[in-house]
Design a protein around this ligand. Structure first.
Ligand code: TRP
Length: 479
């Protein structure tokens, strides 16, 4: 089949282009490296038994995350519009159906839902900047730090305040456009975060429990692995790489035609995975050194790191810097989470970027109140999914609003979005169109196409059906 879009008729971006390949890689890395790497990865690895989970996660990142990322960028660059319009345009051009726009629509919705609770956690990090600077953790015991965390998230006024502050900051930047200030910030902040993690790694290596931490992360114990934890690993691979919801597609729309999609994707995947593993190597030795529970959930980083900092010389200073950097990492991710919705409002409803940012930001803020109140006023309002509240591996309660939104987006919407995106790129788009975007039909194209057509979709479907129990049901039916 010939390519439907001839070279000289290429669409152009409505929002300008990234100034260089480096800036594109930094922007995508900025969206990928966030709370997912430092806050979420260690606690879900802890909840799902460590080693075996980490191994499954790495497989998911390389065999599924990588081809999906390449698919999102190539679709975005070819469509050059917001994800909804891009999927409609390409759907029509390549597959004769505009219905593919619903994939873009689900992505816009997923971004809004994720940012609603992401902003709450990012707000916690803002609160912890102030606490660190005030020396609240200096010399404090594990009990004291745990109590401090409980009191903070238990006070709805403080949590709503910091959630509002973070959304305000995000809207402020999005309203001004994806401008130089942010590119500059990312250039400084990503290396600075890395440097600080390396310093902390040095500290955790001397904690006397480094070996225990390494063993927890890298010794696979498959008896602890359930199909639900495989689904969590897959969902996290999407979450950490910002995939499955059109954010990378939106960024791809501003990418020049010359830049290699394969090389850029490899760079981002390596950087993101490296930072997540580094965070685990910092946190788990400290968890074991202080007799904490690796499965203690979302509060993990807010308790282990302050504890470690509290015992370091200059700890208040380092702790302050650390939470500032973590806030920056969250902030650059938040911009990516809003981009599909904002680009859609700008292009579709003819609003200015500032109007679009305020509209979408207000909506996200309001939905986020549900998550902000999940650790206090609404902590007993529980429904739908089952969770383990005390880290003993037993699902002992229903989830809060926060737990449910997190589960719905990470474990259902992102993998489903990723599945549809990769099927679209692998099966619906003409071979020539994708080869054109991926720099010709060479070896890397062939590997991508194999992964995108077979391995990734089958892997996602299998994990899905297994986790939901459909596969067992089919087996039972024929068995
Ligand atoms: N990748 C981000 C993190 O690890 C979170 C995230 C998920 C995201 N989906 C996104 C960021 C889409 C930007 C765009 O923290």
């Amino acid at each position: 089949m010939p390519s439907n879009q001839s070279g000289d008729a290429k669409r152009t971006s409505l929002h300008g282009f990234w100034s260089s390949r480096m800036v594109f890689i930094l922007a995508v890395t900025g969206s990928a490296v966030g709370l997912g790497n430092i806050w979420k990865f260690p606690y879900i690895a802890g909840q799902n038994g460590g080693g075996a989970f980490v191994l499954v996660y790495l497989f998911c990142v390389v065999l599924i995350g990588m081809p999906v990322m390449m698919s999102e960028i190539l679709i975005g660059r070819r469509g050059r519009r917001n994800p909804v319009t891009t999927m409609a345009l390409l759907g029509e051009e390549e597959g004769g159906s505009r219905h593919w726009q619903w994939v873009g629509g689900m992505g816009v919705l997923a971004g809004i839902l994720i940012l609603s609770y992401y902003s709450v956690i990012a707000g916690w990090t803002l609160g912890y900047i102030v606490k660190s600077a005030a020396g609240a953790f200096t010399g404090a015991s594990a009990e004291l730090i745990g109590a401090e965390f409980g009191a903070f998230v238990g006070d709805w006024r403080q949590v709503v305040l910091v959630h509002s502050l973070f959304m305000g900051l995000t809207v402020f930047v999005v309203a001004r456009g994806v401008e130089r200030g942010l590119e500059q910030a990312v250039k400084i902040m990503v290396p600075a975060l890395l440097l600080l993690l390396l310093i902390l790694l040095g500290y955790s290596m001397t904690s006397g429990h480094f070996g225990e931490g390494v063993a927890f992360m890298f010794t696979p114990d498959f008896s602890k692995l359930t199909w639900n934890s495989v689904l969590v690993a897959l969902g996290h691979a999407f979450f950490t790489l910002s995939l499955g919801m059109g954010a990378i597609m939106a960024y791809g729309a501003y990418l020049s035609d010359e830049t290699s999609i394969t090389e850029s994707s490899i760079a981002v995947v390596i950087a993101d995975t490296f930072i997540a593993l580094l965070a685990g190597l910092v946190i788990f030795p400290l968890v074991f050194a202080n007799g904490l529970n690796p499965a203690s959930g979302p509060g993990l980083v807010f308790q282990t790191l302050p504890l470690a900092f509290g015992q370091m010389p200059g700890g208040a200073f380092f702790s302050t810097i650390f939470f500032i950097l973590l806030s920056f990492a969250a902030w650059t991710s938040a911009l990516g989470l809003m981009e599909p919705a904002v680009a859609w409002v700008v292009e579709h409803l003819n609003r200015t970027r500032a109007q679009a940012a305020v509209m979408i930001g207000s909506l996200i803020w309001a939905i986020g109140l549900g998550s902000a109140l999940s650790t206090n006023v609404l902590s007993n309002f529980r429904f739908l999914i089952n969770v383990d509240t005390n880290g003993d591996g037993i699902m002992d309660a229903k989830g809060t609003i926060f737990d449910n939104i997190d589960y719905l987006t990470s474990n259902i919407m992102l993998p489903l979005g990723g599945l549809l995106i990769v099927v679209f790129a692998g099966w619906v788009m003409c071979r020539n169109s994708t080869a054109d975007e991926l720099g010709g039909a060479g070896a890397s194209f062939k590997i991508w196409r194999f992964l995108a057509r077979y391995l990734a979709p089958m892997g996602i479907l299998f994990v899905f059906m297994k986790a939901i129990g459909i596969l067992d049901w089919i087996v039972a039916l024929f068995g």
